[in-house]
Design a protein around this ligand. Structure first.
Ligand SMILES: [Zn+2]
Length: 332
């Protein structure tokens, strides 16, 4: 039942479409660009529904047949392009689902709307096939390309589209949504909001994942004490972390954020910029025990670990090595 009024943030994009609808001036192709979790699909779903509403105003009526079909995901003139392989959208998929289909007039609506999520996965042949359609679209066609990386699209495509960038949400909007709508405890909501830097999808995922809380607690406990741990204790700690093998990226993110905070504290000597605000005492202590160079080395080691994990190395060994490297970078 979502309408524009249910979307948190993204006022400029909504305003753009409301004005375009009122003036009857729509482009045939749009790119919504923004990282995963910023709400591209939700925003596009509401735009498409509003465009197709039988009432034809800048807000969907939520009552007509088209609105009801759109809400249940069955509006025949709103087409979500799908792809079989997880990492690529091929030329056949564009030909079958867009180029051929688009020549058939809308079934019952004003427009025929095509939405291509993960458009960064379109391979060059698929993009060239799509380009032909974007160059000479039928009057009734509107194409939305949703992407987390607009640079993966050919300049010839970009130049024919209106590019709309998803902006990070404001702190207060995210907090209000997490505490009031989702009922997440305030302190947890605060941490996740800071950690996600304006990405609501990410903040919500973190705040609602039980594992994430456990990973956060384990890694904070470890990082608080790592500089005084013995080799034996470090080996044990590496073993314990293997429990989170499947969530390694989250674990690495948390550890990187910890050292980003150590660095921030060293520079500013203030709690305001910290993600781990409640770890103020630990940050103060740590910032005295590790040099700028040391923090830099640790952050680099964490980057390296991310690459190693992608290459399927032995987890325990890699983790032990990482923790030893972190420890070595503290002074004496
Ligand atoms: Zn309607």
């Amino acid at each position: 039942m979502a309408g524009f009024e249910d979307i948190i943030g993204h006022e400029d994009i909504i305003q753009h479409f409301k004005m375009s609808i009122e003036r009857g001036k729509l482009s045939h192709a749009y790119i919504l660009n923004g990282e995963k979790g910023t709400g591209k699909k939700l925003v596009t779903r509401v735009i498409a529904k509003t465009l197709q509403c039988e009432q034809g105003t800048a807000d969907a009526c939520n009552a007509c047949r088209s609105c009801k079909q759109a809400d249940s995901g069955n509006q025949p003139d709103i087409i979500w392009v799908t792809h079989e392989k997880p990492s690529v959208i091929g030329v056949d998929e564009v030909r079958d689902q867009v180029n051929q289909d688009i020549t058939v007039k809308p079934y019952a609506s004003r427009y025929k709307i095509y939405i291509i999520p993960d458009a960064q996965l379109l391979n060059p042949q698929a993009q060239n096939a799509l380009l032909k359609t974007i160059e000479e679209p039928p009057e009734y066609a509107i194409i939305f390309l949703l992407t987390d990386n607009v640079d993966k699209l050919l300049p010839t495509i970009i130049s024919r589209c209106i590019v709309l960038n998803m902006k990070p949400l404001r702190e207060m909007d995210m907090l209000r949504y997490m505490t009031d709508v989702l009922g997440i405890p305030e302190e947890q909501a605060y941490f996740c909001e800071r950690f996600a830097f304006g990405n609501l999808g990410k903040a919500v995922r973190l705040a609602t994942s039980e594992n994430y809380q456990a990973i956060k607690e384990s890694s904070v406990r470890l990082l608080r004490n790592i500089y005084k741990m013995s080799t034996e204790e470090i080996i044990q700690a590496a073993k314990r972390l293997s429990e989170y093998k499947l969530e390694m990226q989250d674990l690495m993110d948390i550890m990187q954020m910890w050292y980003r905070d150590v660095l921030m504290f060293k520079i500013s000597n203030s709690v305001n910029q910290l993600v781990f605000r409640e770890e103020y005492q630990a940050m103060k202590q740590q910032s005295n025990k590790i040099s700028y160079e040391g923090v830099d080395n640790v952050i680099k080691a964490l980057d390296k670990m991310k690459v190693r994990l992608d290459a399927n190395v032995n987890f325990d060994v890699a983790m032990e090595l990482l923790l030893m490297t972190i420890k070595e970078n503290y002074n004496g």
